[in-house]
Design a protein around this ligand. Structure first.
Ligand code: FAD
Ligand code: 2HG
Ligand code: ZN
Length: 505
């Protein structure tokens, strides 16, 4: 890599909001399993009930989340292969008032895909076919269970890319991405899924199939119903198909990691980088020093040279994607020169990737933070929108608050760190503890939500509400908005069978 230098006790179950009181919803019985056996082939039903008799171990991956923070008690997992099967399952569950939890790759970070009680899990893993791809328009129509990475691989030979990219790409599904309105590392360039999703096919709670799988770029015929399902976290229906606009692959991409002596330099740096790179800027990602050190400690990407990181308070990863390599490299080199030759440089060093392996390694330092955090301990995660100028302050205030509560020591909280998507104003505030405990939970909430509200921010910039934040929605939504959300939920799902206790308690 090219370095440019300038002179200068565990209470996991109690941690989520209290499970809602269920309005006389039913549990699955052996009779239901017999009915599901008429819809699905035997391998598509996992159940501890007769006549299937799966083991609890078989259910474990569906009842536990990626962070081991949330756990459910589902006895039955159904894995439909077709939209018609999803429809027949939901029709039955609706009649019998059996609650269901749609599950994609189960990489969500807010407990949305895990049952709160013994709801039936409907896993979308078997609906993993691409239905069509038009290499001219770039419009891809895929079943909801397609894994994001496999779609990236599918469109790559046609010189297209998916409009989103995230660290969980090897496991998360496009249906889960749309249901969470996932953001990720390309939002700065390609915008949110509210823009790139052209249509959805959804099975409503009573089994009705809503076919909005249009491939039209423009359609102004009244209410845009698909938008309701983007980010609704499986509370209004099950997405079975997605039509999405994939952009042409950039001809050239490059990246550089910039080491900054002070956090205060991030804002002016962003302004300079935007101004100089303009149309080729495709990512501007932030990691603080703690995040960097953890990424390195846990083998995410290759550590930068000691002298490159010395004195750095934080790091910014800048990616360029454009049409011509020489042109982009020239712009990136000019940028580095400007930054390093300034009277009061905003950066200490810039480490520029020289080849694809180094490009991936620099990205791993940023993308791998979540993985590194999970290796270090139990993570409390807050994905918030706050003004960029307050990113460091929010992390520091949280750390000081935990210290004042006597919780900042190796048997309680070991690290408080910040990283995220500068271009989107999205800070990932992570608190790493030895174990999930009620004491830490009570110290963090509502403290953090009040802090976010004081900045008129959002308590969820990209991961969603799930079961984690249902009780805190009012920090980001006013009463009228909440009332309208409840009415929408009741209209789609009057019996409340669809992912109960998520988003709206
Ligand atoms: P799941 O976790 O299975 O489900 C998430 C929610 O969607 C649940 O409420 C579930 O009920 C619902 N759901 C799933 N499929 C369907 C469906 N077909 N129909 C209806 N509802 C459905 N998120 C970001 O936004 N940006 C990131 O950069 C990012 N990086 C991550 C990195 C790592 C390492 C990890 C572990 C997670 C990351 N996430 C990120 C969070 C997570 O990956 C995303 O929320 C992702 O979109 C979830 O997809 P999934 O298929 O795993 O959904
Ligand atoms: C990211 O941007 C993801 O890396 C995950 O959204 C953030 O783990 C987290 O808190
Ligand atoms: Zn993120």
């Amino acid at each position: 890599m090219l370095t440019a230098r300038c002179c200068s006790r565990t209470l996991a179950l109690r941690l989520r909001s209290c499970p809602p009181l269920r309005r006389s919803l039913s549990s699955v019985t052996e009779n239901d399993i017999l009915h599901f056996s008429k819809i699905l082939d035997p391998p598509s039903i996992i159940s501890t009930l007769s006549p299937i008799h799966s083991s609890l171990e078989d259910l474990h991956p569906f009842n536990n989340d990626w962070m081991r923070k949330y756990s459910g008690r589902a006895t039955t997992v159904l894995k439909p292969r077709t939209t018609q099967q999803v429809s027949e399952i939901l029709k039955w569950c609706h009649e019998r008032e059996i609650p269901v939890v749609p599950q994609g790759g189960n990489t969500g970070l807010v407990g949305g895909s895990i049952p709160l009680n013994d709801e039936v899990v409907i896993s979308m893993a078997n609906m993993n076919n691409v239905r069509s791809f038009d290499p001219v328009s770039g419009i891809l129509v895929a079943e909801a269970g397609c894994i994001l990475q496999s779609l990236t691989d599918y469109v790559a030979p046609h010189n297209h890319i998916m409009p989103l990219d995230l660290g969980a790409k090897g496991s998360c599904q496009i249906g889960g991405n749309v249901s969470t309105n996932a953001g990720g590392l390309r939002l700065l360039r390609y915008g949110s899924l509210h823009g790139s999703v052209l249509g959805v096919e959804v099975v409503l709670p009573d089994g009705t199939i809503l076919d909005q799988l249009t491939t039209l770029r423009k359609d102004n015929t009244g209410y845009d119903l698909k938008q309701l399902f983007i980010g609704s976290e499986g509370t209004l229906g099950i997405i079975t198909g997605v039509s999405i606009l994939t952009p042409p692959a950039p001809q050239a991409s490059n990246n550089v990691i910039l080491a900054l002596p002070h956090f205060d330099n991030v804002r002016p740096l962003y302004q300079t980088v935007k101004g100089q790179l303009s149309e080729i800027l495709s990512a501007f990602e932030f990691i603080d020093r703690t995040a960097y050190d953890l990424a390195v400690k846990h083998g995410q990407g290759r550590a930068l040279n000691e002298e490159d990181v010395e004195g750095a308070e934080c790091f910014v990863l800048v990616e360029t994607s454009g049409g011509r390599r020489e042109h982009d490299e020239e712009k990136l080199n000019d940028l580095l020169e400007t930054l390093l030759s300034a009277d009061r440089p905003l950066i200490n060093t810039g480490v520029l990737a020289q080849n694809p392996a180094q490009f991936s390694s620099l990205w791993a330092l940023r993308e791998g933070v979540t993985e590194a955090v999970s290796k270090e301990g139990k993570a409390y995660k807050y994905d918030i929108s706050v003004p960029l100028s307050t990113f460091k302050e929010v992390v520091d205030i949280t750390r000081n608050h935990l210290q004042s509560q006597g919780l900042l020591h190796e048997d309680a909280v070991s690290h408080v760190l910040g990283y995220g998507h500068v271009g989107d104003g999205n800070l990932h505030l992570n608190v790493i503890a030895k174990a999930y405990t009620q004491e830490i939970q009570d110290a963090l909430e509502p403290f953090i939500y009040e802090l976010v509200a004081s900045h008129r921010g959002s308590i969820s910039a990209e991961h969603g509400v799930g079961s984690m934040k249902t009780h805190a929605l009012h920090y980001s939504k006013d009463k009228i908005s909440l009332e309208l959300m409840k009415k929408i939920k009741e209209m789609f799902d009057p019996k409340g069978i669809m992912n109960p206790g998520k988003v709206i308690a």
